[in-house]
Design a binder for this molecule. Structure first.
Ligand SMILES: [Zn+2]
Length: 195
């Protein structure tokens, strides 16, 4: 993700807590799924001698695996990864969904997801007070180039002309980079790297 360069955005304290909590929830979720699979396979083995009951156990077994894996995938992809990338608002919704579903299925990971949800909401507020609101929603349409071209009367340059300042253009993707005053550097959102 972040190859070499520094962290692209200042992390609010609750963001780090949310990240750790999400990781714990994922690990517990994995353990719970494995434990359920293990337990059900033993139950299935015992009940195999009872005929029809063995089929029921096998069906529950399959549901637990599917729900458990879907839960793990959603937790990793939509909550943990979003927290890592600083998208606390996006992760918040998923942490709440996982928390509610989790409490009714795998109790303990569900509770941790609820706490994670609270922490992501704190992180959103901290991010806003740190002036980091713009980082969550990348704005690619910065009007720097057209505005400067329009300010010179009689010399209109076509909009396809690249940004005149090489410092504000990403050398990797040639897109306009965003000025980050806290770091005193330009940041490219598509590349997720400083220029
Ligand atoms: Zn770039």
């Amino acid at each position: 993700m972040y190859s070499g360069g520094g962290v692209p955005q200042p992390k609010p304290p609750s963001g780090s807590t949310a990240e750790s909590l999400a990781l714990v929830a994922l690990i517990l979720q994995g353990i719970f799924t494995l434990a359920s699979v293990f337990l059900l396979s033993i139950l299935g083995g015992i009940s195999a001698g009872f005929g029809g009951f063995g089929v029921t156990i096998a069906a529950i077994f399959l549901v637990v695996i599917i729900v458990g894996l879907a839960f793990l995938y959603a937790g990793y992809k939509f909550a943990y990864k979003k927290i890592q990338s600083g998208d606390y608002a996006g992760a918040s919704t998923w942490a709440l969904i996982l928390g509610i579903i989790g409490i009714f299925t795998f109790l303990i990971p569900g509770i941790i997801w609820i706490v994670t949800w609270v922490k992501t909401k704190d992180a959103v507020n901290e991010q806003a007070s740190m002036g980091g609101r713009a980082y969550g929603t990348p704005s690619f349409g910065l009007p720097s180039a057209p505005a400067m071209a329009g300010s010179v009367p009689g010399a209109p340059s076509p909009p396809s002309v690249p940004v005149p300042f090489s410092a504000s253009t990403c050398p990797r993707c040639q897109r306009t980079a965003t000025w980050v005053p806290q770091y005193g550097r330009y940041y490219c959102f598509p590349c997720a790297q400083y220029v």
